[in-house]
Write a protein of this length. Structure first.
Length: 109
């Protein structure tokens, strides 16, 4: 995959970060198979597309947690999660802390 395809894939992820992003969609954006996309993505970024997406979702969640007083459930919903418990587990896996603990660490809660 050329740099242009990675650029398109990254742009797609960033512009759809508040939605559920499917790896099949990304492979269509890059015009390569799902398996090949995953392999090349991991080689280029050192992580799988799903882990990259989750990291970007957490970054967006952190922005919302810092700049708004919306409940964690609303933050989860805003970044494309229908299940607050799953969001909290994923957030903890990526950051090592919960969204509520993050807010407290930032002096926002």
């Amino acid at each position: 995959m050329l740099l242009g395809e990675f650029s398109r894939v990254q742009e797609y992820i960033h512009s759809h970060i508040c939605e559920e992003i499917d790896i099949d969609e990304l492979s269509e954006v890059a015009c390569i198979t799902k398996t090949y996309l995953i392999r090349l993505f991991r080689k280029e970024f050192g992580t799988s597309p799903l882990q990259y997406i989750n990291k970007k979702k957490v970054e967006r969640a952190q922005l919302l947690l810092c700049t708004t007083d919306m409940p964690v459930k609303e933050v989860a919903y805003r970044i494309g999660f229908n299940d607050q418990s799953y969001f909290i587990r994923m957030y903890r896996k990526v950051t090592g802390t919960t969204p509520q603990e993050y807010r407290k660490q930032q002096g926002l809660s």
